[in-house]
Design a protein around this ligand. Structure first.
Ligand code: COA
Ligand code: AMP
Length: 638
């Protein structure tokens, strides 16, 4: 598709005729029944996109490209420096594997609307499983490999998964992560039991399968080789997947994604935002367990006929800080999308960028960053090293694609460092004060999106419509609350400053400190606790816990601290990066008993802070400062 218009024209065009804009984007998708209209405000919680359209996402990702002559193009390149392997899979081959695996899943009783949990590392088979679900109209729920058994159990239980697709192991630097014991423990913990599991046996470490419950991926694939499994027609509004994300409690929110709106929005984003053409290689260096992986490792590149890079490794240490440049040059990547933390990690290892020059990056055009705030320092460094535009863009698991960004395919707008630029068509972004009034340019407030949300965004939370309303729609009637605070400047550029809830961003991973507090307080010696996110030069933020203990068993503070760290790792998983716990005598509170977490965080980060007027005992903050200083955590305050 040729983009003849500038951002301003396209955004104004959408404002003038939103439904016309989205009807036009729907033309890029194959439908069994074309939608007669773009939007129905009377369906769903805030309306439904393409309410009468019938389609199938897998057909749009695979079949139609093969039919159109793209069969011999690489659909997916698995580049795995951590195992020392590479594998390229064409669109025809991927279609054949998905058809076979979908057939195997159908034999296990999986059909339209059934839930399938996928707990797998970054291997092509994970993507096959996702697409096979889409083919059958089943709803997948991918769980990130860095989560522990308890988190997996919560998701199995909430989604009432009929089947789990998993692998024998994942590989992290220096260790093999055995998935099967975690999977078995999760099934044990979950009150809902899946009927079967399918396990990919990896050569790095196999696992025992339970007779009658667990099945071998490779055996099923072989038994179904050559099988044709048709695409099940689904409504545009039927769920494609559930992706659980951190909420304000230990109970994660099941973000629902539909089929039709999701495809239209992602397809548009590939050419308009990322500026890529079908056939080019696109690389999202993330994980399929996160929304970036769902949208930009799997669905968007395949919908758009690109080659997607599935990278199993780290930006550093696999084997060095030049890995990203090698992958870009070897697979002729046009656009790379990752989290700023990856670049901070690379910079730390190779500050002068001496490894960049070893690779031919001539076909490489742009770096997109998201998942956390892109600090200007990191952007400047990346610009200098790569000599391509470095583009910050802001979105959330809930939206599935960019809320605000700088659209490469529409002609880049001038960069303002520290800002992810401007609202994308579909999003009417506003900043409101706590009473719901719009604030003037430059004034900090709650960032909201006027309803309806555009196609691709969540229509609801899985089995939790009331929670959806409460969490996102009730505080500012008529608007979706992003839970980010920030401001818009005179030119309409957005600045994202902080979360308004307890979510923290650790190496681009979204985590709830409230969820961590729930786990910490399970320790028998912990009387009270608070977990806050403190600044970290590489990961952006890391969690730090403060515990008040009732030490009845005569053990040292250090022993209890170690146990608390272990507890969080076991319950939530290593991804929480929860390594710092401090025993304190008391927690700072207001007179009504509210813990002053924000003030504690300011003290830890060395930011200016005011004594809260409602504080119960000001002396407690001195104690906190003392403990932080002793641990070398409190930064010097100005
Ligand atoms: N399976 C099992 N364990 C995992 C895992 C997985 N899929 N992913 C991470 N972990 C573990 C790590 O091994 C680590 O464990 P450790 O405490 O024993 O060392 C822990 O979880 C924290 O992992 P991570 O946050 O990845 O930190 P790190 O120090 O290993 O690496 C970076 C830091 C910056 C290199 C890494 O976070 C990264 O590559 N980030 C890229 C951005 C990204 O993926 N963002 C996602 C959203 S876009
Ligand atoms: P997730 O749902 O994991 O994608 O996390 C979404 C949250 O990450 C947002 O609500 C923001 O708080 C933060 N975030 C994502 N992208 C950006 C960005 N470009 N700038 C600032 N914060 C971001």
């Amino acid at each position: 598709m040729v983009m003849a218009s500038s951002y301003g024209e396209v955004y104004a065009g959408w404002q003038k005729n939103p439904e016309g804009f989205w009807m036009e984007q729907a033309e890029a998708i194959d439908w069994f029944t074309k939608p007669g209209r773009a939007f129905d405000g009377n369906q769903g919680v805030y309306g439904s996109w393409y309410p009468d359209g019938i389609t199938n996402t897998c057909h749009n990702c695979l079949d139609r490209h093969v039919a159109a002559g793209r069969g011999e193009q690489a659909a997916l390149i698995h580049d795995s420096p951590i195992t020392g392997t590479k594998r390229s899979i064409t669109y025809s081959e991927l279609l054949a594997e998905v058809e076979a695996f979908a057939g195997a899943m159908a034999d296990k009783g999986i059909g339209k609307g059934d839930r399938v949990v996928i707990y797998m590392p970054m291997v092509p088979e994970a993507i096959v499983a996702m697409l096979a679900c889409a083919r059958l109209g089943a709803i997948h729920s991918v769980v990130f490999g860095g989560f522990a058994a308890h988190e997996l159990a919560t998701r199995i239980e909430d989604s009432e998964a009929k089947l789990i697709v998993s692998a024998s192991c994942g590989i992290e630097p220096g260790r093999i992560v055995a998935y099967k014991p975690l999977l078995d423990a999760a099934i044990e913990q979950s009150r809902h039991k899946p009927e079967a599991t399918i396990v990919l046996q990896r050569e790095q470490q196999g696992c025992e399968l339970i007779e009658g419950r667990d099945f071998d991926y490779a055996e099923l694939l072989q038994a179904n080789a050559g099988r044709k499994t048709p695409c099940t027609p689904v409504k545009a509004t039927d769920p494609l997947y559930i992706l659980y994300t951190s909420g304000t409690t230990g109970q994660p929110k099941g973000v629902v994604r539909d089929n039709g709106g999701h495809m239209a929005a992602l397809y548009w984003s590939m050419h308009a935002i990322y500026g890529v053409k079908p056939g080019e290689a696109f690389w999202a260096a993330s994980d399929i367990g996160w929304v970036v992986g769902h949208s930009y490792i799997v669905y968007a590149p395949l919908l758009h006929g690109n080659t997607t890079i599935v990278f199993e490794g780290k930006p550093v240490g696999t084997p060095d800080a030049g890995t990203f440049w090698r992958v870009i040059s070897e697979h002729k990547v046009a656009v790379l999308f990752t989290a700023p933390t990856a670049f901070r990690a690379i910079r730390k290892e190779d500050p002068e960028g001496s490894l960049v020059g070893r690779y031919d990056l001539s076909g490489y055009r742009a770096l997109f960053l998201a998942g956390e705030r892109a600090d200007p320092d990191t952007i400047h460094w990346a610009e200098k090293m790569l000599e391509v535009p470095v583009i910050d863009h802001w979105w959330q698991t809930e939206t599935g694609w960019t809320i605000a960004g700088n659209p490469m395919g529409l002609g880049l707008k001038p960069v303002k460092y520290g800002s992810p630029a401007v609202a994308m068509p579909g999003y009417d972004v506003q900043v409101l004060d706590d009473a719901g009034h719009e604030v003037s340019a430059g004034t900090l407030g709650n960032i909201v999106v006027k309803l309806p949300l555009p196609p691709g965004c969540l229509p609801t939370l899985w089995n939790a419509e009331e929670r959806f309303r409460q969490a996102y729609l009730s505080e500012f009637p008529g608007y979706y609350k992003t839970a980010d605070a920030g401001f818009v400047d005179e030119d309409g550029y957005l600045f994202i400053m902080a979360r308004t809830d307890d979510i923290i961003n650790v190496a681009g991973h979204r985590l709830s400190t409230g969820g961590m507090e729930e786990v910490v307080s399970e320790h028998p010696d912990v009387v009270e606790c608070a977990v806050i996110g403190i600044a970290d030069p590489m990961k952006g933020q890391i969690p730090a816990g403060f515990i008040v203990i009732n030490n009845q068993h005569g053990r040292s503070d250090e022993e209890i601290e170690t146990e608390v760290v272990k507890l969080v790792r076991e319950q939530i998983g290593p991804v929480a990066a929860f390594k710092t716990v401090m025993v304190v005598k008391r927690l700072p509170k207001t007179r009504s008993g509210k813990i002053l977490r924000a003030t504690m965080q300011k003290i830890a980060d060395g930011e200016a802070w005011n004594m809260p007027a409602t504080i119960d005992d000001p002396g407690v903050l001195d104690e906190i400062h003392e403990v932080l200083t002793k641990r070398g955590i409190a930064r010097k305050s100005d």
